[in-house]
Write a protein that binds this ligand. Structure first.
Ligand SMILES: NC(=O)c1ccc[n+]([C@@H]2O[C@H](COP(=O)([O-])OP(=O)(O)OC[C@H]3O[C@@H](n4cnc5c(N)ncnc54)[C@H](OP(=O)(O)O)[C@@H]3O)[C@@H](O)[C@H]2O)c1
Length: 266
């Protein structure tokens, strides 16, 4: 799969393009189509990649077609993508909530589909991407596509039935976590720490915690126990969080977001 075309180079399409270039895909092997003229000019100039103007032309040139338009534009784009797809080509859809069955129905013919659900952090190469492949996509093709996307972040294989769950846990969760982070910073301010310092401390707490979890390969509960001494400060704070059903609230938030993803899915 040497030649890759991207349909729609908005926020996500641009991140995909950047990741592919970082992975060593040659500029000449990449092309895109973008509806907004200014945006197309900007992307072409910034990355030196060809704007082929027509979706059908892009599909003709590419072994792998990445569809990165909004779900409501799928109806317009997919028949043109499918027009040049044969058994050797693969369509990657990053459209939230558009099922494989609907992609094939909208395309009007059978195409090999891999659904990917990235989160916002693919912009900085630290994303997480849920991957679900259609039954007719070979293991080799899945591995090749995952390798191509690897500089965008961690890829995780899931069955399509878990895509709504990944949309919540992977793509919505950054917002939940940011709310927690904001609350930490406000708490620092409330107990007298200047805001800039409260922000620096809070960010470093998170970074350091993740680094230690990864480096020492400890379970989160075990690491929490390490800093929770009898009658100490940490247990007082933890008890206050448990009193407000902190864990239950987080679980409910993630479950609600997954249910909403299912409701919105096409
Ligand atoms: N943003 C996220 O965090 C995120 C996370 C996971 C998945 N996704 C999925 O990624 C997809 C893209 O999201 P995004 O945030 O990158 O959206 P976006 O910034 O709106 O990018 C989509 C781009 O595609 C263009 N486009 C629309 N129809 C087209 C066509 N027929 N041919 C060529 N270009 C066309 C749009 O132009 P116009 O605006 O002029 O139509 C727009 O510039 C969505 O399906 C979304 O569900 C996004």
């Amino acid at each position: 799969m040497n030649k890759v075309g991207i349909v729609g180079v908005g926020n996500m399409g641009e991140s995909v393009l950047r990741a592919l270039l970082q992975k060593g895909v040659r500029k000449n092997d990449l092309c895109f189509v973008e509806a907004k003229k200014d945006r197309a000019l900007h992307i072409g100039k910034t990355y030196g990649v060809k704007d082929v103007k027509k979706v059908s032309e892009l599909a003709k040139r590419s072994d792998l077609v990445v569809v990165a338009v909004k779900p409501q534009d799928a109806r317009k784009v997919l028949p043109d993508v499918a027009s040049s797809m044969d058994g050797s080509k693969v369509l990657v859809s990053i459209m939230a909530g558009v099922t494989m069955a609907n992609i094939i129905a909208l395309a009007g013919r059978s195409v090999k589909v891999i659904r990917m659900m990235p989160n916002i952090a693919v912009k900085v190469g630290q994303g997480v991407i849920g991957v679900a492949a259609g039954a007719d996509v070979s293991q080799n093709e899945v591995s090749e596509v995952k390798e191509l996307f690897s500089s965008a972040g961690l890829t995780v294989d899931v069955g399509e039935e878990l895509m709504d769950a990944v949309t919540s846990l992977g793509a919505s969760s950054p917002a939940f976590f940011l709310l927690f982070l904001e609350a930490m910073i406000d708490a620092g301010v409330k107990i007298g720490i200047p805001r800039d310092k409260a922000k620096a401390i809070s960010l470093q707490v998170i970074k350091g915690t993740i680094a230690m979890l990864e480096e020492e390969n400890v379970h989160p509960a075990l690491m929490r126990e390490m800093i929770t001494s009898p009658g100490g400060t940490t247990i007082s704070g933890l008890a206050a969080l448990e009193d407000k059903a902190f864990r239950g609230s987080v679980i409910e938030a993630i479950e609600k977001a997954a249910l909403r993803a299912k409701e919105l899915s096409l």
